[in-house]
Design a protein around this ligand. Structure first.
Ligand code: 6PG
Length: 228
């Protein structure tokens, strides 16, 4: 389902409201909210909105577990990790217990082992997965023509991305198909071509991985939607 907002300001307000509603609902139903954060810059506006009243002080954060959809295998000091902006714009401000935050271990060269280890801690039920989409139509670190798009067994894999940083760990389509709720945040004219390919009547998810989740909840601004 696609919803178009006038601008990123309106988009982030709506996205924060959805995250909070999903969080309160999951905690009410099951006692825990399992949230998967997206990398990239787009979600940071939503993270900042969640880090402010009224969302910041909501009680569901105490029962929230935080995971990531993908991570870049670079040193923490590189500033290119997905963990860092999520910590600085959201997790430093809300009451998620420290032992409920599960960054993907992306240190060292053993990326494949890190992927297997993450798969072991990643719960079977994920209440909300946040994603962005790249200009090439990638989601998480599932890039066009990647063999990870056809992964049939592993829930988390190490991939070599066509852009830097190129060694990455990513959830696979298996996890995305199982997720209870997926919300994809897209802003800006640079994403217009990708969105056009995602929602085209004909297309191939191997060329445009975003088509894997075209039936999920898409929040986009008018600039990103201009070719739809
Ligand atoms: C990453 C993200 C990636 C991101 C898109 C969009 O590690 O880069 O997981 O999938 O969501 O590349 O990024 P922007 O929001 O910065 O445009």
């Amino acid at each position: 389902m696609l919803k178009v907002f006038k601008d990123h300001q309106e988009l982030r307000e709506a996205a924060a409201a959805v995250v909070a509603a999903q969080g309160e609902g999951a905690v009410r139903r099951t006692g825990v909210f399992r949230l998967v954060l997206s990398g990239g810059r787009t979600p940071e506006e939503t993270y900042r909105r969640l880090a402010a009243p009224p969302y910041r002080d909501m009680s569901f954060w105490r029962k929230t577990q935080v995971y990531w959809g993908d991570e870049r295998c670079v040193p923490v000091e590189s500033g290119l990790r997905n963990y860092t902006p999520a910590k600085e714009t959201l997790l430093d401000f809300v009451d998620v217990p420290g032992d409920s935050i599960f960054p993907i271990c992306a240190d060292g060269s053993a990326a494949a082992e890190s992927a297997a280890m993450y798969a072991r801690i990643l719960p079977a039920r994920l209440d909300l997965v946040l994603l962005g989409v790249g200009e090439d139509g990638h989601i998480a670190s599932l890039f066009p023509r990647s063999s990870a798009l056809e992964e049939r067994e592993r829930r988390v894999v190490c991939v070599r991305a066509p852009v830097n940083p190129n060694v990455r760990i990513t959830l696979t389509p298996i996890v995305l198909r199982e997720a209870c709720f997926i919300l994809i945040l897209v802003s800006g004219v640079r994403k217009a071509e990708a969105l056009k390919r995602v929602f085209a009547a004909e297309g191939d998810y191997h060329e445009t991985p975003g088509r894997l989740v075209r039936d999920a909840r898409w929040f986009v601004d008018e600039e990103a939607a201009k070719l739809l």
